[in-house]
Design a protein around this ligand. Structure first.
Ligand code: SF4
Length: 373
């Protein structure tokens, strides 16, 4: 695993992102932001599962005006996601949000950009520039604010990085150029509380875009794969994309975007970090896949234990294994585990037998041991 890239940290509320801070896990609300009750309830639920930072879309003034009340009732930093409208950004800043996700190039009028940046600076509110394959400026329009139609942006005709011939201007080039342009707008206003994301659905494109920008700027990176898909497919796609970058030392905060419950986004985020031994939060379940040697219904047992562990906020690794022969050895780095035998079960700690219990007591005995650990 490569050493982590050195970045200039920022603070999103009281959460440090970049530098030596732990990699944070983010999500986004899926409620109508104007509905304060529903949005607060969703954020509270996400706080319980360990979400570090939450983002909410701010599509109109009513949503912007709901932010102070939401902010008052939650405990994690709130990021306002804004496109195009500088008034919404000003209102969000006034409302006490902890960060803006906003592309200054979309605001077009330099005086309005200046106004937003000045307000953000006054309150030390960082800005995330979100370069997204789906909303890149038209080819040839970087640095220009008028005269180009988004309907003929020509982005889709750009070759992918891996299909390009030498000298071709690729999708990745366009993403990187867009990011550098957006960054330069903020830097020209002497603003450096910046975080960047470079998202695409295509994993190789995303990897290359992040690698390139990582070498060019000192800012922390927010990793994500856009429109990743449903819980299963999206988690796998994100785990591959984000996992590779994190392994290379790139990335300071992550969001797994799923067409599913935001809690699943957070759970998948932590699973990615846990898989790389980067961050441990809550329980890790080691479970064997079951096979012809299994003495118990491992799948059912593993799912039952998984559900019971979810309610615990304990940094512990628990194993559920289907047989005595291989179970304790295969899961020897688990803090506590269970290996089923014919009519009984062995409870083990770090691969060593701790006690033997009857099969009908194995679940309660396992949970007792977990409590003790
Ligand atoms: S632990 Fe036992 S039951 Fe589970 S997969 Fe390994 S050999 Fe099969």
């Amino acid at each position: 695993m490569n050493a982590r890239r050195t970045t200039k940290p920022i603070y999103v509320g009281d959460v440090k992102v970049g530098g030596d801070a732990p990699i944070t896990v983010q999500s986004m609300t899926k409620t109508d932001t104007r509905n304060v009750e529903a949005t607060v309830a969703q954020i509270r639920g996400l706080e319980e599962v360990g979400c570090d930072i939450i983002r909410s879309a701010v599509p109109d003034m009513e949503a912007a005006k709901a932010l102070p009340e939401i902010k008052k009732r939650i405990n994690i930093p709130l990021v306002a996601d804004i496109h195009f409208h500088y008034q919404l950004a000003l209102e969000a800043i006034k409302g006490g949000v902890d960060m803006l996700r906003l592309n200054p190039g979309n605001i077009r009028d330099p005086d309005k950009v200046k106004e937003v940046v000045r307000a953000a600076k006054e309150r030390d509110i960082p800005i995330r520039i979100g370069v997204n394959f789906g909303s890149l400026p038209p080819v040839g329009a970087i640095g220009k604010s008028r005269g180009f139609s988004r309907h003929s942006d020509m982005v889709n005709t750009l070759p992918k990085y891996e299909d390009a011939s030498e000298g071709d201007y690729t999708v990745v080039d366009h993403m990187v150029d867009t990011a550098l342009w957006e960054i330069s707008i903020l830097e020209a206003l002497d603003f450096d509380l910046i975080k960047i994301s470079m998202k695409a659905f295509d994993v190789p494109t995303t990897l290359e875009a992040y690698r390139r920008i990582a070498d060019m700027v000192p800012y922390p990176l927010h990793l994500g794969i856009t429109e990743a898909g449903t819980v299963r497919a999206g988690s796998i796609r994100s785990a591959i994309g984000l996992g590779m970058l994190l392994y290379e030392g790139i990335g300071d905060t992550i969001r797994v975007s799923l067409s599913g419950d935001s809690k699943d986004e957070v759970a998948s985020g932590y699973d990615i970090l846990r898989s790389l031994n980067m961050r441990q939060r809550g329980t890790t379940l080691v479970a064997c896949p079951s096979c012809g040697r299994a003495d118990v219904d491992v799948i059912k047992l593993a799912n039952t234990v998984d559900n019971m562990l979810k309610t615990m906020n304990k940094d512990i690794k628990v194993a559920v294994m289907g047989c005595e022969v291989n179970g304790p050895g295969e899961a020897k780095d688990a803090d506590v585990g269970i290996a089923a035998g014919a009519g009984r079960a062995i409870i083990f700690r770090k691969g060593q037998k701790a006690r033997v219990v009857a099969e009908d007591e194995m679940l309660s005995a396992l949970m007792e041991e977990v409590e003790k650990t």
